[in-house]
Design a binder for this molecule. Structure first.
Ligand SMILES: Cc1cc2nc3c(=O)[nH]c(=O)nc-3n(C[C@H](O)[C@H](O)[C@H](O)COP(=O)(O)O)c2cc1C
Length: 329
């Protein structure tokens, strides 16, 4: 079965992209993911905080006369699996040499600043494309929704002005008008939208009056939010669309592609089942497509977008009452 798709201008052999996660931190693991069938990989994010900390530390060393400013950028991040800026670029180069699938670098930050220049360094290190994660929780009551959106647009524009490789944005679902934001992002040259960031909700320890950060992997239920907005955006945007969040099985990938996804990112499913899950998923997709007499994946791509679906109201508010009424006691 022909599973080819075009994402960010790349012809991918299939729509499965490994999303940003710890599996992208080792070259061996990246090789295993490609061997298992992955069509592309997003490396774990390099964070604004990490870049700024490395820059600060380099400046401190320089002003202390240590004469060893570079060392600052090699500092590992003590808080997690993420690697520092210098190592990141070396890792990107090594990954690029090791596999032939596109390597997408990821930058994560919330403000326009010097850190966005790292996009150029990632491009020079061989990144085929960049994914910008603008993970941002607006806590300031004086900041308006329009200002929050503008921040995202400014970051993307700053990066687009710096690099010539394709740039996608990984968005949160929490915007008043996602289609309007997407349109404005398209106007500044964004090549793709990745839907959606999962906000990791902290829990509360009621005995110790504490907030406990904990990471839970996704379930397939989370895909539905993505499906609706894929269907909406694919009907009015020429950008590449990627689904992330809740895609676990072949059926999930097929649903996302039908709603207009050009690629589908897997993370939780791979952390649970390992790289071989990709091959099994691709096999099951091929089987399903053949069984339903499709000639190719592209034939069904976007077939359930808002502009093509027989009953667009099913994605919209009109269906809300009907759905509540359908509940049987
Ligand atoms: C352990 C772990 C690490 C992650 N690291 C990153 C990251 O560095 N940058 C990023 O944009 N997303 C990161 N994510 C989010 C994933 O890329 C993905 O968007 C999310 O897990 C939803 O996809 P899933 O349902 O397939 O897990 C991470 C997720 C997990 C579970």
């Amino acid at each position: 079965m022909d599973l080819k798709t075009t994402y960010l201008g790349f012809e991918l052999k299939n729509p499965i992209v490994v999303g940003a996660c710890p599996m992208g931190t080792s070259v061996d693991s990246i090789r295993a993911l490609e061997a298992a069938g992955a069509a592309a990989i997003v490396l774990p994010s390099l964070f604004e905080e990490e870049i700024m900390a490395a820059a600060r530390s380099a400046m401190e060393m320089e002003s202390a006369g240590a004469g060893f400013a570079e060392a600052g950028s090699y500092m590992p991040n003590p808080d997690g699996y993420h690697i520092g800026p210098g190592q990141y670029l070396d890792h990107l180069k090594a990954a690029k040499d090791a596999v032939s699938m596109p390597i997408i670098g990821s930058l994560n930050g919330t403000s326009v600043g010097g850190w966005t220049n790292y996009s150029k360094k990632m491009e020079s290190a061989g990144a085929d494309a960049l994914e910008l994660n603008t993970y941002l929780l607006p806590f300031d009551a004086d900041e308006t929704g329009a200002e929050v959106e503008q921040r995202t647009i400014d970051i993307v524009k700053a990066v687009k002005d710096t690099v010539s490789i394709p740039v996608s944005v990984k968005l949160s679902p929490f915007f008043s008008s996602l289609p309007n934001l997407a349109k404005r992002l398209e106007e500044v040259g964004t090549d793709g939208i990745v839907m959606f960031n999962r906000f990791y909700q902290p829990d509360i320890d009621i005995e110790n009056l504490d907030v406990i950060p904990n990471l839970r992997l996704s379930t397939a239920d989370e895909l539905r939010l993505r499906l609706r907005w894929l269907a909406v955006l694919s009907a009015q945007s020429k950008m590449s669309l990627s689904a992330t969040g809740g895609a676990h099985s072949a059926v999930d990938v097929i649903k996302a592609v039908m709603c207009g996804a050009h690629s589908v990112q897997l993370v939780s499913a791979l952390l649970i089942h390992g790289p071989d899950h990709i091959g099994r998923t691709l096999e099951a997709m091929s089987f399903w497509l053949t069984d339903h007499e499709y000639q190719s994946l592209e034939q069904m791509q976007g077939s359930l977008s808002l502009s093509k679906v027989e009953n667009p109201k099913a994605f919209a508010r009109a269906n809300y009452m009907k759905m509540l009424d359908s509940w049987e006691m």
